[in-house]
Design a binder for this molecule. Structure first.
Ligand code: SPV
Ligand code: MG
Length: 292
């Protein structure tokens, strides 16, 4: 266990700040430590990325306890706040509040809850994304808010655009969800351009707006900044970088029957030991083990 260090900016401060905030995806302790070292001040514990790293589909195949365990590793490996992708809450209001409580106990700073049912399916897979009833989802949000402490951030995620509804449905939902007391709204879109997200931000600004530009990746951050967006989530890029890196290295080692040629293409062991804090273990040994 690494020693606790000074606390960083809270997730709520990041969401409320006038600056555009970037949350980087993490799916385990190592990817979390790498994102923190790169400079990110907050993390997104991505359901898709966590499921993928476990070899599951992003369809609630991983149990909520598995997700909570991964989140604990992410929290322990870094000193920056973690917003957890809580999917649709693993059931009704009761499951959602149980998961939120457990995430809070393990040190997560907040949870995002999306307005779909259980099991959910990743927003970019297929076209069957039935939306939750608005009142029922408001109850889910309220239950999570009521069960967690005042510092725990709740983000309400609107899947109306993903589900093929128009902006009007998204706006109706934003208005209704805001009444249930979340700290921010995540508006998701699967379009290759940001137009519907930007219109949403123009029309609705009651709460900080969080976006996930996985599909409209060509839009520069300055556009989001100018639109008054609060937070951008880079949702799955360490996981996808890992796929590309591992695919290339496995292919080379397989075909070359040697690791001689790839040494300069993989991270050094020193970097790994540094990321995971082996130096602290050496110091602790000095302090606690009997001198020889
Ligand atoms: C995730 O990262 O798991 C998300 C974002 O929920 S998305 O994959 O775009 O649905
Ligand atoms: Mg997800």
């Amino acid at each position: 266990v690494l020693p606790v260090t000074v606390s960083s900016t809270t997730l709520r401060e990041l969401l409320l700040s006038k600056e555009l905030t970037f949350l980087m995806e993490a799916h385990d302790g190592l990817s979390a430590a790498i994102a923190e070292r790169a400079g990110f001040r907050g993390l997104w514990a991505s359901g898709l990325s966590i499921a993928s790293a476990l070899g599951y589909r992003d369809a609630n195949e991983a149990s909520w306890t598995q997700v909570v365990d991964v989140v604990e590793r992410i929290v322990d490996a870094t000193d920056i706040p973690v917003l957890v992708d809580g999917d649709s809450g693993f059931g009704n209001f009761n499951n959602a509040r149980l998961v939120a409580r457990k995430l809070e106990q393990r040190g997560a700073s907040g949870m995002c809850l999306e307005d779909k049912g259980f099991p959910k399916l990743n927003s970019f897979v297929g076209d069957r994304h039935p939306l939750a009833d608005i009142d029922e989802f408001c109850g889910r949000l309220k239950a999570v808010k009521d069960t967690t402490g005042p510092d725990f951030v709740v983000v309400a995620r609107i899947e109306a655009l993903i589900a093929g509804h128009g902006l009007d449905e998204a706006l109706v939902r934003a208005e209704a969800y805001a009444e249930a007391g979340p700290d921010a709204i995540l508006i998701h879109s699967g379009k290759a351009v940001a137009d519907e997200i930007l219109t949403f931000a123009q029309e609705w600004s009651k709460l900080p707006i969080v976006i996930v530009p996985t599909k409209y990746y060509k839009t520069p951050a300055s556009v989001f900044r100018d639109a008054g967006i609060s937070t951008v989530i880079w949702a799955n890029h360490s996981m996808r970088a890992a796929i590309a890196g591992m695919r290339d290295i496995c292919g080379r080692i397989w075909s070359e029957e040697s690791i001689a040629g790839i040494e300069d293409h993989v991270a050094g062991l020193d970097e790994l030991f540094s990321l995971i804090g082996y130096h602290e273990l050496a110091q602790a040994e000095e302090q606690y083990l009997p001198k020889r």
